[in-house]
Design a protein around this ligand. Structure first.
Ligand code: HEC
Length: 430
């Protein structure tokens, strides 16, 4: 349903909704999904409870329809298009953060096909190239959307597999393969991806033509770099690049930039993305912020940051990252394991909001990433995913302090105790 159709449904069913004659299993799927995301449906229902509105009062009905539509437009986090599969790790706070950092981009072009269906347009990443030996009508393109899309008031989250989506709703959006355009820039990475995926000797080799592993091994996209990294870090990195990603097959060259050139380039990234520079506020290191967290989340003698440090030093992250003085430890099947960046530099490298977005759902940021959605750890911080997402972020932002204060530890979720780091044991990654 389009957002307008949902609004219309509320208006039409207002009497049954108010009298409670309509059970929630009679709601359309889209309204049930809003409910699952925590949308306060009573608020919409109250909007429809205006005594002046009657079927014979056309003006009143129109005003009502408008206010329901406005309610929805102001709360895009509930207007998701794609079905939420349980376990995918999406939660309302994470979605709200995503919409703030990667606001929806209008995908409706205003053009229609001859048959009347609207044409939508989006930036995507080709994940499964078509088999050119097949009949052109049967060739399928697997695209992942790179952006958050607004399709007639409904929101499609990034990384959604558009091929699956198009099968789901044949009613309106259609992919127009003739209109596909190559991306701007990054041509070398794309060439390298295809080379790596086709090379039998490479770790990225994939008989089915999949390119996710190969994308992990090429230089990263610089899309939204200005809201992602801290400007002073970027300046230092441009002057003297060091290794961040262990999986990439190339190293960033040294350009011998002078101070002014490096500063201009670092500031440029923030300026194009309209984010603050050259200095960033890091409230997560301030007593005011930490006091507030401690009031609700301290656990006896163990303050909020110590609880967060335990969470970061449990067995999940070390399956792929070096963290808290522990080396990266492979899971049970080393072939499946991807080594992520060491986490000891994140505090100076990434901006806090971006970091929380990454930890909410990494594939919203990078569609091909091998990093899994962090799951909640039941024994810590109320077992609550939104709280734990911020806690992981805050532990990473306060990393040097915590390493010095709480030391190199390992939190064992099985026994719920803190052990020396040497006893660390990685959790299975699959
Ligand atoms: C299955 C492997 C895997 C697991 C498990 C994993 N990560 Fe990652 N992580 C990665 C990979 C791969 C990257 C690099 C992505 C890229 O190229 O940008 C990454 C990137 C990151 C980054 C960005 C680092 C930077 O400097 O750009 C952070 C922060 C991070 N992970 C934190 C965590 C935390 C916290 C956990 C535990 C809750 C975790 N990861 C678990 C694979 C993993």
């Amino acid at each position: 349903m389009t957002a307008d159709e949902i609004a219309e449904w509320f208006v039409e069913n207002r009497k049954q909704l108010i009298s409670g004659d309509l059970a929630s299993d009679e709601y359309p799927d889209d309204v049930r999904r809003m409910q699952r995301l925590g949308a306060p449906l009573e608020e919409i229902i109250q909007l429809t409870n205006d005594p002046n509105v009657s079927d014979s009062n056309a003006g009143g009905l129109m005003r009502l329809r408008d206010s329901v539509r406005d309610w929805m437009r102001e709360r895009p986090q509930y207007m998701l298009l794609a079905d939420l599969k349980p376990g995918e790790g999406e939660f309302p706070e994470g979605i709200a953060r995503l919409l703030r950092l990667k606001p929806p981009v209008n995908a409706v072009t205003g053009r229609t096909r001859e048959s009347g269906e609207p044409i939508i347009s989006f930036h995507g990443l080709l994940m499964g190239p078509p088999d050119l030996e097949e009949d052109p009508g049967d060739q399928t393109f697997t695209y992942r959307s790179w952006e958050t899309l607004d399709i007639a008031g409904r929101i499609l989250l990034p990384n959604y597999n558009l091929a699956a989506f198009l099968k789901l709703s044949t009613e309106w959006p259609q992919l127009e393969s003739q209109l596909m355009k190559p991306s701007r820039g990054g041509a070398f990475s794309q060439w390298l991806v295809m080379r790596l995926a086709a090379d039998r000797k490479s770790k990225a080799y994939d008989q089915q033509g999949g390119v996710a592993t190969a994308w992990q091994m090429v230089p990263p996209p610089l899309y939204l770099e200005g809201i992602k990294v801290q400007t002073p870090w970027l300046y230092k990195f441009l002057k003297n690049p060091d290794r961040i990603r262990h999986e990439t097959v190339l190293r960033m060259p040294r350009f011998n930039l002078d101070d002014a050139e490096a500063r201009a380039l670092a500031n440029y990234f923030s300026a194009v993305d309209d984010s603050e520079f050259p200095y960033q506020n890091i409230p997560q290191r301030e007593p005011a912020y930490l006091d507030r967290k401690n009031q609700t989340l301290a656990n006896g003698d163990s303050d909020y940051l110590s609880e967060s440090w335990k969470l970061l030093n449990a067995n999940v992250c070390i399956g792929c990252h070096s963290v808290g003085g522990k080396p990266f430890a492979t899971g049970p099947d080393p072939k499946k394991v991807t080594q992520g960046p060491d986490l000891n530099r994140v505090h100076e490298r990434l901006r806090p909001d971006w970091l929380a977005l990454w930890l909410s759902k990494p594939s919203w940021v990078t569609p091909y990433t091998k990093m899994l959605n962090p799951k909640e750890e039941p024994s810590l911080l109320r077992g609550n995913r939104p709280i734990q997402t911020e806690a992981l972020r805050d532990a990473l932002i306060n990393y040097p302090l915590l390493l010095e204060r709480d030391g190199a530890i390992f939190y064992d979720p099985k026994t719920q105790t803190v052990k020396p780091a040497s006893e660390a044991e990685a959790a299975p990654t699959k």
